[in-house]
Design a protein around this ligand. Structure first.
Ligand SMILES: *[C@@H]1O[C@H](CO)[C@@H](O)[C@H](O)[C@H]1NC(C)=O
Ligand SMILES: *[C@@H]1O[C@H](CO)[C@@H](O)[C@H](O)[C@H]1NC(C)=O
Length: 330
C-alpha cells in the first residue's frame, strides 16, 4: 500500500499542475539522519500537531483537491483571502493543534510534488523557491487577507528553501520526494495563548526584487511571490513573554523596502510609453517590472490588464501571466 501510494503520488505530481501545502506543523522523524544519508529507507515519522481543520488527513488526493489554497487564482479566491475558507480555527479529533514552548524546535512538513529541484521534476528549470511563515504579531490575531502576507508580518528568520532538509530519493533522472521539511524555532517573545500563523510557498516571481547585498539566509525574499498557503495555530505554553510581537525588528531598512514604496515613489511609464512618465501615486495602479524600469496601466474591467502586475491600489501582487495571456514586457 505504501509503495503504491508513493508511486501514485509521483505520477500525479509529474502531471498535475504545481502545488503544495503544509501537511504537519510538528513532525517527529525518528530516523531523519539515517534516511537523509540513505533515502532508500522508509522515513519513520509521526505528526504531533496539524494545520487547521485537516479533515482529509493522509488522503493526498482529497487534500490536493479540497485542502490546499491557490492564493492568486482570482476565480477561486475572489476576495483575496490568505487562508482557504475551510481552514478555520478548528481541530477535529485525531488532528490536534500544535502546542509548543518559545524556543522549541519544530519540523514542519510540506509536499514536494515534483518541485524540489531545478534540474528535475516539473516544470524543469524552475527555482524551488522558499517556504516562510507569517504572524499577526500577537496572540489571537487573525491574518485574513493575502495582502497582509508582507515582510511586516513575516516571522523574522522563518524562511527556508522549499527543498532544504528534504529527503529525496533519486533513481536515474527521477526523484521521489519522500518528505520536505522546514525546520524552525518558535520565537522566544510569543506570549502564552493561541497564535495564528500562515505557511506560504513563495514560488512565483514578484515585481519587486532583492537588493545587491541580499542575504538569502537572513533577509526576506522580495523577489518571490507567494503562490500557495496553509493556515495553522500554535498554542504557546510556558512563556514568560508579555505580549510583544514576533517581529523583532519593525524599523524597515532600504534593503527590505516593500512594493508599497515603489508605488509611492518610483517612476513608471504610463501605458508603457516612454513619452508618458509619471511618479508614484499619480500613476495608474497596475505596475509591471520591465528590466530596471516600470510600466503601468489602468484597470480593464476592474482588473489589471495582464498577469503578474503589482496592483498598487490594492497593494497586491497578482498572479503571473499564463502562457495563454499576453506577457507584455518580455
Ligand atoms: C483557476 O481555478 C479554476 C477552477 O479550478 C481553473 O479552472 C482555472 O484554470 C484556474 N486558473 C488558473 C490561471 O490557474
Ligand atoms: C534553493 O536551493 C536550490 C538548490 O540548492 C537552489 O538552486 C535555489 O536557487 C534555491 N532557491 C532559493 C530561492 O534560495
Amino acid at each position: 500500500m505504501k509503495l503504491q501510494l508513493t508511486s501514485l503520488i509521483s505520477l500525479l505530481a509529474a502531471s498535475a499542475s504545481a502545488h503544495s501545502w503544509l501537511e504537519c506543523v510538528d513532525t517527529e522523524v525518528s530516523n531523519y539522519e539515517a534516511a537523509k544519508a540513505n533515502p532508500e529507507l522508509e522515513v519513520q515519522q509521526t505528526c504531533k500537531g496539524f494545520p487547521r481543520n485537516k479533515v482529509s488527513n493522509g488522503d493526498w488526493i482529497q487534500e490536493s483537491k479540497t485542502y490546499l489554497w491557490d492564493l492568486n487564482n482570482d476565480s477561486l479566491n475572489p476576495d483575496g483571502l490568505a487562508c482557504r475558507p475551510s481552514q478555520t480555527n478548528d481541530y477535529p479529533s485525531g488532528v490536534p493543534m500544535t502546542t509548543a514552548r518559545p524556543g522549541q524546535a519544530l519540523r514542519l512538513r510540506h509536499w514536494g510534488n515534483g518541485h524540489s529541484r531545478y534540474d528535475m521534476g516539473s516544470p524543469l528549470n524552475k527555482d524551488p523557491g522558499v517556504v516562510r511563515l507569517y504572524h499577526g504579531g500577537r496572540k489571537e490575531v487573525e491574518i485574513r487577507l493575502k495582502s497582509e502576507l508582507t515582510e511586516q508580518n513575516w516571522v523574522k528568520g522563518a524562511q527556508a528553501n522549499f527543498s532544504a532538509n528534504a529527503i529525496i530519493q533519486i533513481t536515474g533522472s527521477k526523484m521521489n520526494e519522500k518528505a520536505n521539511y522546514f525546520d524552525w524555532t518558535v520565537p522566544s517573545n510569543l506570549e502564552n495563548g493561541r497564535h495564528m500563523f500562515v505557511w506560504a510557498w513563495g514560488w512565483g516571481s514578484a515585481v519587486t526584487s532583492n537588493p545587491p547585498n541580499f542575504n538569502p539566509a537572513t533577509d526576506y525574499n522580495n523577489a518571490l511571490m507567494n503562490s500557495w498557503t496553509t493556515c495553522f495555530d500554535i498554542l504557546i505554553e510556558g512563556s514568560t513573554a508579555t505580549g510583544s510581537d514576533s517581529q523583532t525588528s519593525t524599523s524597515s531598512t532600504g534593503s527590505s523596502a516593500p512594493a508599497t514604496s515603489i508605488c509611492s515613489s518610483k517612476e513608471c511609464l504610463k501605458g508603457g510609453m516612454a513619452a508618458n512618465p509619471c511618479t508614484g501615486s499619480d500613476c495608474p495602479p497596475c505596475w509591471y517590472a520591465a528590466g530596471d524600469k516600470y510600466n503601468c496601466f489602468d484597470y480593464k474591467d476592474g482588473k489589471c490588464p495582464f498577469g503578474g502586475a503589482y496592483d498598487c491600489k490594492k497593494n497586491l501582487q497578482t498572479r503571473g501571466a499564463t502562457r495563454f495571456q499576453r506577457t507584455p514586457f518580455e
